[in-house]
Design a binder for this molecule. Structure first.
Ligand code: AMP
Length: 322
């Protein structure tokens, strides 16, 4: 509560506020920054608030993002959301801001802000923003409510992830009751996808390699991406659809980011801790949902071997405890 009060005090103090989030935007990051902007504008008059970062066409429906320059950064409060470390911040001006606040639900990686509000137990950054809004008695508009609902549903994978709690449901219940949003209509925009992506999902299902230890992995090369007419980010975007498969404990999708000449790796787990392996390979994330970027196929293969060992150890521990 004291941290919330300190954050609120800074928001009140600054006339110019920039809100940012991590690279490779996802629904929780996008929705939380736009919702916080809306909250601040609805609660305080005469403030300039900018929500920044590279946009993605599939999240355009949530709202527009803003551009800033160095002069704006120099006089602004910066609130960075959903981002545990400085290398993941989607802004060129991180060193220029007058004062910095972090609000995040990732495991701690490094301190780079004046105030750090971290709740590893929160299901999502949107849940933290919602909690903050209620505790500070801020004005939650319908638009803001829709954004926060969308971010929470997405980051909890429809309330299935381990960080989904009584508090998550409590806040959601209050939000729907107070704002009367038509929440089922929001799923259309969040989950609708083209048939070519469903066909790619079929390809991935058919071609996943599965080890004896319960590790599933696939390297989707550029020919496949072109064959299905999809984006190289598409496999990563459908990774959550591969949960609850009996034989699979950890699953990993690898794609090539041709523009930046790196391999992009997305991974999920039904039990084993995977973010420690991700950190070893220039990545990070949550205990059961992580990502990494590496330069060579050798590193990709080493990461896959490490994750296979993590699965083996996990199975061993379970067998020992039987
Ligand atoms: P994704 O696989 O992009 O859905 O991300 C899953 C989780 O891993 C999120 O919490 C991300 O913030 C985190 N993550 C993804 N890629 C990276 C990376 N290259 N470095 C650090 N964390 C990452």
């Amino acid at each position: 509560m004291n941290t919330y009060k300190s954050i609120y005090k800074q928001i009140k103090k600054y006339d110019s506020i920039v809100i940012g989030r991590h690279l490779r935007v996802d629904p929780d990051a996008m929705a939380s920054e736009l919702a916080l902007k809306e909250l601040i504008l609805n609660t305080f008059k005469n403030k300039k608030v900018y929500a920044i970062g590279l946009s993605a066409s599939r999240f355009k429906y949530m709202g527009d993002l803003d551009k800033i320059d160095e002069d704006i950064a120099k006089k602004s409060l910066f609130i960075i959301l959903d981002t545990p470390d400085v290398k993941r911040v989607d802004s060129d001006y991180i060193d220029e801001f007058k004062y910095k606040i972090k609000i995040d639900h990732h495991p701690f990686v490094e301190k780079f802000c004046d105030i750090e509000c971290i709740n590893e137990n929160a299901s999502s950054t949107c849940e933290m923003i919602l909690d903050f809004a209620y505790k500070m008695k801020m004005n939650i508009s319908r638009k803001c409510a829709e954004l926060l609902f969308t971010g929470i549903v997405s980051d909890t994978n429809r309330f299935t992830t381990i960080n989904t709690s009584f508090k998550t449901f409590d806040l959601i219940h209050k939000l729907i009751k107070d704002t009367n949003i038509d929440f089922t209509s929001l799923y259309d925009k969040l989950y609708a996808r083209p048939i070519k992506e469903v066909r790619l999902q079929g390809y991935i299902s058919q071609n996943l390699e599965l080890t004896d230890n319960g590790l599933a992995y696939i390297k989707v090369d550029d020919d496949v991406i072109n064959q299905f007419g999809v984006d190289s980010a598409s496999p990563g975007n459908m990774i959550n659809n591969f949960n609850y498969i009996n034989e699979i404990l950890v699953w990993v999708f690898v794609t090539k980011d041709v523009k930046n000449d790196i391999y992009r790796i997305t991974m999920r787990s039904r039990g084993p801790v995977i973010n420690e392996v991700a950190s070893k390979y220039n990545g990070g994330g949550h205990v059961r949902a992580s990502g990494a970027r590496v330069k060579t196929m050798e590193e990709v293969d080493n990461l896959i071997k490490d994750l296979d060992m993590v699965c083996k150890d996990f199975r061993g521990d379970i067998d020992e405890n039987k």
